[in-house]
Write a protein that binds this ligand. Structure first.
Ligand code: GLN
Length: 413
């Protein structure tokens, strides 16, 4: 197996991280392993996550606060996008867009506090994943939740600042990158239909000639990783993925948990079977062990609920970072990624998740779930115990309660 040991992207201890944040918030940690940026159509792979691209720095595009301290945009195309997403009102007097967030925040925090309290005491906590041995070390009693809006993290509770293994939630971001790199050609290599099968299933691959059903089951995500890797060294590709997460979360401390990556690498058999099978059908361009090495490592990225909720905001705000106004992807692409999250984000639990939560969502076997409320928020919840489909048991229950109480659903008020 490919060992990316040289990366050694270890999380610094807390003091060092705090000092780093104060000292040099803009310096990427992965410079030494990046020998060349990947080509991205929309996201430019900038190493400074804090600086908006020059063309967005003009007053007409930069979001500003109005007299009521609400975020506003004045660019006409943003008005259209925001209106389409139901995210904004156009003020009659100055033609500004007002992002709707403000007043609901105290109610939201109260609701989150209640949910955290309820979840802390529930005896049914699901089962912590142990097929990747390092994941079994997670504390089944942990529970965290964070909600990010255009204003940043506006409500959070429990262990929302504690990093956990994001696992398959990383697939949302690698899909975003692969679409940025190869565009719709990606859909020749991976489908967009729910699989109705477990995340690591191999059964459909033979009948469907090595084309995985969707980008969120393991087989599909391995193809997506392969598309990112092509033309690059594994370390470059992985560096780009980590930098993309740092950029989106506006946090250069985000890193890979090397122990989790090594643990998954040691228990690779099932993913190796999927990858080799697809290679036999000609659906992997790179050596299997290279593609898997990158895949295992991006699944092992560690992030907190707060960091991940920040990173997901572009999906809630028409493809844009709502703070900087920087376009990550076009609005249509954000909508489509949300659509795939809704239909495929929880494997054979996707129907149940849509039924109970009513939002696009992506789970990971580390116990995290990222859910998107278009136009309003990006939510991340973390509870390591999983249900039978491999999705966070309490995570889904907590999101069900939150969305019910807040009236959030893509299916109507
Ligand atoms: N890295 C995990 C795997 O490949 C991801 C699975 C998941 O989070 N559902 O099995």
């Amino acid at each position: 197996m490919l060992t990316l040991d040289g990366l050694a992207i270890k999380r610094p201890d807390t003091d060092e991280r705090a000092a780093r944040r104060q000292r040099m918030p803009c310096v990427p940690r992965l410079r030494s392993i990046q020998t060349g940026p990947l080509r991205q159509r929309v996201w430019s792979g900038r190493s400074n996550p804090h600086r908006a691209p020059r063309h967005l720095a003009s007053p007409s595009c930069r979001p500003a606060k109005n007299e009521r301290n609400e975020l506003c945009h004045t660019a006409p195309e943003e008005a259209l996008d925001a209106a389409r997403f139901g995210t904004a009102q156009i003020c009659a007097n100055n033609n500004q867009i007002v992002m709707q967030t403000g007043n609901a925040v105290p109610e939201l925090q109260r609701t989150i506090d209640e949910i955290v309290e309820e979840m802390r005491h529930r005896p049914d906590r699901g089962k912590v994943a142990d097929y990747i041995p390092e994941l079994a070390k997670a504390d089944a009693n942990a529970f965290g939740i964070a909600v990010a809006t255009a204003e940043g993290i506006v409500a959070s509770g429990g262990d929302s600042a504690q990093p956990f293994s994001i696992q398959s939630i990383s697939k949302v971001f690698t899909l975003t990158m692969a679409l940025g790199k190869v565009g719709d050609r990606l859909w020749k290599r991976v489908g967009r239909e729910p699989s109705g099968s477990p995340f690591n299933s191999i059964v459909q691959l033979e009948a469907e000639h090595g084309i995985p059903r969707n980008p969120f089951i393991n087989a599909g995500a391995i193809v997506v990783t392969d598309a990112i890797l092509s033309g690059h060294e594994p370390k470059e590709a992985l560096g780009e993925i980590v930098r993309f997460m740092q950029f989106l979360a506006d946090d250069p401390t985000i890193s890979i948990d090397h122990d989790v990556a090594a643990s998954e690498q040691r228990t690779h058999y099932r993913n190796s079977a999927l990858a080799n099978y697809m290679k036999a059908f000609g659906n992997l361009e790179n050596p299997v062990h290279f593609t898997l090495g990158v895949y295992f490592h991006h699944c092992a990225i560690a992030m907190s609920c707060q960091q991940l909720a920040m990173a997901g905001r572009f999906l809630a705000y028409g493809g844009r970072n709502p703070t900087t106004g920087h376009a990550v992807v076009k609005p249509e692409r954000a909508r489509r990624i949300n659509a795939i999250m809704l239909t495929c984000g929880h494997y054979d639990g996707s129907g149940e998740f849509a039924f109970h939560v009513g939002l696009p969502g992506k789970s990971g076997v580390g116990g995290g779930i990222m859910a998107i409320v278009p136009g309003r928020a990006s939510i991340v919840v973390w509870s390591p115990g999983l249900d039978v489909a491999g999705n966070s048991h309490l995570g889904r229950i907590a999101l069900h309660k939150l969305t019910q109480r807040m009236g959030w659903s893509v299916f109507g008020p």
